[in-house]
Each structure stands twice: as structure tokens, then as C-alpha cells.
Design a protein around this ligand. Sequence first.
Ligand code: IPM
Ligand code: MG
Length: 371
Amino acid sequence: MPKYKIAVLPGDGVGIDVTEAAMVVLEKIGFDAEYIYGDIGWEFWCKEGDPFPERTVKLLKRTDACIFGAITSKPNKDALKELAPELKDKGLSYFSPIVRLRQEFDLYTNLRPCKAYLGNPLNYRDDLDLVILRENTEGMYAGVEFHPVPDEVKNALLLHPKMKKFESVPPDEMAISTRIMTKKACTRILKAAFEYARKYKRKSVTIVEKPNVLRETGGLILDIARKMAEEYPDIEFWETNVDAMAMWLIKNPQDYSVLVAENLFGDIISDLSAQLVGGLGFACSGNIGDDYAVFEPTHGSAPKYTGMYKVNPIAMLLATKMMMEWLGEAEEAGRLENAIAEVIREGKVRTYDMGGGSSTLDMAHAVASKL
Ligand code: IPM
Ligand code: MG
């Protein structure tokens, strides 16, 4: 019996190409696992009205971890147009399956390392080693939204004096998206950030927020963070407003180490940070809960490159490395990271984003050859 059961969800577009690349490397390293493929993505939305079918939810529940490629997402109105005719007018609505997966499996930490590997021509600087911990289950992504706004919701909001100016706006002439943050979720993501910093001997944890304007939600997480920081005197605790953070990340990114943020802010600063170390071809992430985790490259499905084996699989290979680490296979994870680093350093095999002409699978085989 293999040691691990891994769910593999290639998804759409180039998600399929990079998943194949991950398999090349996993096989070469001799990772002791059984791989079970599952359905997710656009095709299942169009044909079945659910991009993340129940059978896939069940599959994940009987595996130890999951590798996820990429999926195509579209705004709800566009998504409805592509539904199979018999599914139209059934009141279905599209919700991003990856966001749903994070929430339903309570994968509350979105861990996004952004490290510069020497020899990568796309590095903004060579001395960067940032890690972002993004809250992954609530905040601006909680999904509690209204359009048109029901009277009950409007009346409830009128308890707040600032709502007064919207009182006479007709229900369909406004939309509301909420930012809901709980003490529980704030506490656990902050704890994950401080524990990460301690485990990997990081010098600082920076909370990225906007409490001067978002006084209630931003204030809540900041209070908890300040209190928690006292329990970690060995780690410097910094507070930065998200807008200023965007600026500092361009000005002096080398000063930062661990960043922790609410869902949407974490989404934004993690793309910025990823670009500093090579962009989406290098951006890996782990959606991590207490006993399950899903690893993915953060890039999308890039439909125009489908099946062309053009995109850089390094993000996916680094996500695979993160999975091994999370499963406790530190030695294999280290070997994989060294192999990736060596291929980047040599610079002989480069995908188009790196200025080269190598394919997705050329890169995978180059990494495999170092293992
Ligand atoms: C990410 C992506 C997703 C997100 C999209 C695809 C829903 O941008 O993983 O960062 O917004 O979280
Ligand atoms: Mg994103």
C-alpha cells in the first residue's frame, strides 16, 4: 500500500499541462503515493451546473492532500450564458470552486512563499524571501453579498448612521459585499504566521491591514495581533497599511519576511510579491487546514495556451514541494527544491516567460534529471 493518497485535480486549460509536469517529477522522486484524479472546472459547470461536483468533494475527503492545477472562472452573468440549455433558468449561480473548496474544507491558511532563486532573469532583486499568510475562509471573500438589496438588509443597516445617505437608493441601484471577520479566524491565521516565523527563524511578522479606515474589521485583527505579538518577543512585529505595503514592496521588499493579511488584501499583496520573484510562473501556494491541504500554482488556466505546453511549471513544482513538506517529507521536499533551484541557476532550460523556448515538459524533465 502506498503511504499517501493524493487527489489530483488538473482542472482547466494549462492546469492540465502543469499537473502533467508535477507527475513527471513525483514519479522521478519515487514519491510513495497513489494518485486519484478528480473532476473540477468549467466543463462541469457547463455540463452539470456545478464546477466542483459532489463526487469530487467526496474524493478529497478520502485522500491525504490534493494537487490542484487551475480553473477557468467567469463572472456570474457570463457563466450563466454557457450553461447547457437544460440547466438554464434553474436558478443556478456560479461561485469560484477554489474559493468554495477553501471554505468548505476550512483551509484557513493560504501560504504563499515568494522566494528569489538565483539565476532567474525575472527576479526584481536576488535577495528576496517573503512569505505571505493569507486568511483563506472569510473577510471580503465570505460571499455574503446582495444585489438587489432586500429591504430587511437595508433596514438592518440603517441602524448605522452612515447608512442614512443610502436610504433612498432603490434596491437594484446598489450592491453590497460584506467584509466579515471573526476573532476565531483572525486568531488562527495570526497564530499560523507567528508559529511559521518561529519555526523558520524569521525575523519579523508584518500585519497588512487598513485599520485607520476599516476600523471595525481592521481594528479587530490588529488588536488580536498586538496581543499575540507579546507572546513572541523573539519576533519583531510590524504593522503596515495595505496601500503603503504596496509601495514598500517595490521600494524595499528585502526588509520584509512574513506578511499576514485578510483574504482580499492577501490576494492582492501576494500577486505583487510573486511578481518580484518571477511572476505567476513561480507563484506557488498551499491552502492549509488543520488536517487537509490543497496545493496549487496561483496562476489561472490561461485558456489561450491550453494544451500548448508553453507555461512555466515551476509554480506547480514548488507547490508539489510544499505538499511534500506539509506531509512531513522534508527530505524529499528539500531534494525537489534543490533540483528546481539548480535548473534555474544553470539557465539552460527556460520557458517563454523566462525568455527561453523550452516547454512545460522540458522544464519538468530538466528538474527530474537533477533528482
Ligand atoms: C488566487 C486567485 C483566486 C482568488 C481566484 C482564482 C478566485 O486569484 O488564488 O489568488 O481570488 O483567491
Ligand atoms: Mg489571486
